[in-house]
Unconditional design. Structure first.
Lengths: 734, 156
């Protein structure tokens, strides 16, 4: 398998022309025919959309899903190589280039393997089946007599085979993707299911990897954007007299409330951005942060929507003799917090725009930038180059729009690099989320009614997020979409009466977008904490209590396996003694009620004197069906756990009435090495099942497992993320 | 006024013409010398992504000026080892697959290399403390700890 960054460079050197040549010749006719170069299809229903095989038998996979540092590039190559029956080393993956790769949707939602990889696998199966038929025709044997080894279709009885390179090398497949093309029997797998080392890692540890931030073009100039001092302030005046003393300074771009400086050098752009004097109007439209939850609860509701309705909760809640329980949970505003601030390069040639960025959504970005700039989408090409991990829709797309606008205004090839305060201050946020839960228990402690409601920002029809440049420059723009944050509100437990309602809010303080496990994390946190509260009221062990209501055998197995993995003992009434108390909590979820199962036990230590919580270990049982790469899966589980421990214990965006004030790592701290938990895993592999996602599900159960463990340790409930020492101390005193 | 600054980077002398001697070392390394091991993360010496060695000590290259390292020995990730002869930490990070996006990994390796040079047999607690001001957002910490222990020969 070839490293994409290297092959990417080869692609880029051609200035946009395609390295692999394609023709529309029939696959086996006229092998000597001149390969007429033509635009490569990106059609999602064509094998040629996803695959090309060259004259040496090297395979190029064209993936609309991109590797955001998760290892999917390697996993997708494994899936393609396995299904094509070629060695993995022969496969190269090209990712997220609107000219070359099909639109497989945004790289989000834990769908890269489940949807993206599965589509590519099906294209590979279609190609393999067609090539076997072609080979059978040429050799003159029934196709059932042929088997493919290392890209050569060979008669089982022996004799000469015929290679893919001969059958299709350098030419198009001209083949519709067959959704029914038979897949290999997992028993025959030699590549899928193996912990193949990631292709990108050697270059990354040797300093040889080309990240977006390293990419450059000839004649490129550097720009920095100067953002308003208040979020929705108007730009009143600009004085760049001090900038003119900065070596390399070229000038500024002003369009509406959009302001940027340009320089021949990167340091010159940074200095000019600091030196420029911009006058901004006053704006103080943000809510009082100390009253955020009143603001959310009393916000204007666009509409209410029920996402689960079983039986009649109203009647059950009012039944005589039931014990009623209610609680409110809130979850703070979070930032994506990429370690590398967003960066992009934009270039206009002959009225066409080429944009290089680390966007998780190049096809969507193309539409958005075309809309912003009044261009035809086909005149915009967006190319993905891996950047710093983004964990959702962070600032990458905004940097791309900044660069495109500045490039258009200056006529130069422009690199925009966001500074740390740009990333913290201006990337879109995970919105504040408020959940109310109510339940009624009968005299045996059984839940007879369950009601959940949440207050979250409304979603426009299109899942896109406003580009900051379009907004500030007064150009055409989309509304922002927070992601499918209603997911996770409905529960997968067999309770006789359930009602789950979303109150869609007209407004939220900050431009919202999806950040890892959007909505599923917040809703699962509330649901799984509340279930734990119900278990305590019933006087039943929290795992036993969940098993009462869990009818799905795979879910039951997942919970049983985490119980064994953690060496769980039934939890009794908390009995805290001394300053440092220990506890453990459990949480479980079937992701979106239709895919990956996760059960997690968190072990915590709480310092009752200081209020500090330390998560010491997390035990994870994980069933995502067929596992493509077990080591890659463990790596993703680590990321889910550690990042979410950070979000749960520490993270909360700070702001005043005008702007974000969490602008660096001191004002927005994240988890550091001394507080990182140990992690234990039980990976439940089901080779004959569909492969589901693993990039998000584990994160969904982390906050509730921690909250439940804090209760087990202290006998007190914490219901407001993050669980800071101040909040924990307040709960301990309550 | 532009000034020519003599740098000694990865065992070789280099001349950098700096418009501004107060420019952080990071930009000289990345833009003038084309060394992309050190990375821009915060510009505030908070995250560690830009870490290099100056005279064997781990230094945040975003927070030292290019002028102050004149005549001192600078080593970047590229100079620590090569694909043919990787530093034990680089080999260990590959062995342990201790990377997610990898943006922080330069800092993790450079900080750990300087630490192990003076603490060859550290406990896990010491490694955690040594890396406590290097930030990773992907959550690769557990693997990074394993890789550092492996390189130190103290893996359990």
């Amino acid at each position: 398998m070839t490293n994409t960054s290297r092959s990417r460079r080869a692609f880029l050197k051609t200035g946009g022309a395609l390295v692999v040549s394609f023709s529309f010749q029939p696959r086996i006719a006229g092998a000597q025919g001149a390969a007429a170069k033509a635009a490569k299809t990106v059609a999602i229903d064509q094998v040629d959309g996803f695959l090309a095989i060259d004259g040496k038998g090297l395979v190029t996979v064209f993936s609309g899903k991109v590797d955001l540092g998760t290892g999917v590039q390697t996993a997708i190559a494994q899936m393609a190589a396995e299904e094509l029956c070629v060695p993995l080393e022969r496969v190269t993956v090209i990712q997220g280039d609107t000219l070359l790769t099909p639109d497989q949707g945004v790289t989000f939602g834990s769908l890269s393997i489940q949807n993206g990889g599965v589509q590519i696998r099906q294209a590979a199966a279609t190609a393999r089946e067609a090539l076997i038929s072609d080979a059978a025709g040429i050799i003159g044997v029934p196709r059932s007599e042929l088997v493919v080894r290392d890209g050569v279709a060979t008669p089982r009885s022996g004799g000469r085979g015929i290679a893919y390179a001969t059958l299709v090398g350098e030419r198009s497949f001209n083949l519709k993707l067959d959704p029914k093309a038979p897949l290999k029997d997992p028993k025959e797998y030699t590549i899928v299911g193996k912990s193949i080392a990631r292709v990108d890692i050697p270059d990354k540890v040797m300093g040889k990897f080309t990240y977006m931030q390293d990419f450059s073009r000839p004649g490129m100039i550097h720009a920095r954007v100067v953002r308003p001092h208040a979020m929705k302030a108007s730009l009143l005046s600009v004085d760049d007299s001090a900038c003119r003393k900065v070596p390399g300074y070229l000038g500024y771009v002003r369009k509406g409330n959009f302001l940027a400086v340009t320089s021949k050098t990167e340091w010159g752009a940074i200095k000019a951005a600091r030196a420029i004097k911009a006058g901004w109007s006053d704006w103080q439209g943000l809510p009082d942060s100390s009253k955020l939850w009143e603001h959310v609860r009393n916000g204007k509701v666009v509409k209410d929507e029920e996402f689960q309705k079983v039986g009649d909760t109203g009647q059950a809640m009012g039944s005589p003799g039931v014990r009623r329980l209610s609680a409110s949970y809130d979850f703070a505003i979070h930032t994506h917090g990429s370690i590398g601030p967003s960066c992009a390069v934009a270039e206009f040639r002959d009225g066409k725009l080429t944009s290089w960025s680390a966007s998780q959504q190049t096809h969507l970005l193309r539409k958005q930038m075309a809309n912003m700039l009044g261009m035809k989408p086909e005149d915009v090409r967006c190319i993905y180059i891996e950047g710093s991990g983004c964990y959702g829709r962070n600032g990458h797309e905004d940097a791309a729009a900044d660069a495109a606008l500045i490039a258009r205004e200056t006529g130069k090839t422009v690199r925009v690099q966001w500074m740390r305060e740009d990333e913290h201050g201006w990337d879109p946020k995970g919105p504040p989320t408020l959940n109310d839960l109510r339940a009624a228990l009968d005299d045996k402690g059984n839940i007879v009614a369950w009601e959940a409601e949440t207050w979250i920002p409304n979603r426009p029809k299109d899942i896109a997020v406003t580009l900051v440049a379009a907004d500030h420059a007064g150009l055409p723009k989309e509304d922002f979409h927070p992601g499918n944050i209603h997911q996770g509100l409905a529960i997968g437990y067999a309770v006789p009466n359930i009602k789950a309602t979303v109150h869609w809010l007209a407004e939220t303080p900050f431009r919202a977008s999806w950040i890892r496990t959007p909505g599923r994390m917040q809703n699962t946190y509330a649901n799984e904490c509340f279930l734990d509260e119900a278990a305590a009221l019933a006087g039943v062990d929290p795992i036993e209590y969940r098993l009462r209501y869990l009818k799905d055998p795979r879910g039951v197995e997942c919970l049983e396996r985490v119980r064994k993995l953690a060496g769980w003992t039934p939890r009794g009434t908390p009995n805290p003694q001394g300053d440092i108390v220990k506890g453990r909590g459990v949480s479980y979820l079937k992701y979106e009620l239709v895919r990956t199962y996760i059960a997690l036990v968190a072990d915590v230590e709480v310092n009752r004197r200081t209020g500090k919580v330390r998560v010491t270990k997390c035990h994870v049982a994980h069933d995502c069906g067929q596992i493509i790469n077990p080591d890659g899966l463990r790596n993703q589980i680590d990321g889910n756990v550690i990042q979410t421990v950070s979000r749960t214990l520490l993270e909360e965006l700070k702001y005043d009435r005008s702007r974000v004030t969490s602008l660096d790592w001191v004002s927005y701290p994240i988890l550091k090495f001394p507080d990182v938990p140990e992690i234990a895993y039980d990976l439940i592999d089901r080779p004959n099942e569909k492969p589901w996602g693993a990039g998000e599900p584990t994160a969904a159960v982390v906050p509730s497992a921690i909250a439940n463990a804090i209760y087990d340790a202290t006998g007190k409930r914490v219901r407001s993320v993050p669980f800071t020492p101040e909040k924990v101390l307040a709960a301990l005193k309550a | 006024m532009a000034k020519t600054i003599q740098l000694h980077v990865n065992g070789k002398p280099h001349k950098v013409v700096a418009d501004d001697p107060d420019m952080p070392l990071l930009y000289a390394l990345r833009n003038d010398l084309g060394l992309h091991g050190p990375r821009f993360g915060c510009g505030l010496a908070q995250c560690g992504a830009c870490t290099v060695h100056v005279d064997g000590k781990a230094v945040r290259s975003c927070a030292v000026t290019v002028a102050t390292v004149e005549g001192r020995k600078v080593v970047t990730l590229e100079g620590l080892g090569s694909p043919g002869k990787p530093h034990p930490l680089q080999a260990a990070f590959i062995e342990e697959q201790a990377v997610q996006c990898g943006y922080c990994i330069n800092g993790m390796i450079m900080e750990a290399a300087a630490f192990l040079a003076t603490n060859p047999k550290p406990s896990e607690e010491h490694i955690r403390a040594a890396l406590s001001n290097n930030l990773c957002r992907c959550g690769t910490h557990v693997r990074i700890l394993r890789a550092v222990k492996r390189a130190a020969g103290t893996a359990a």
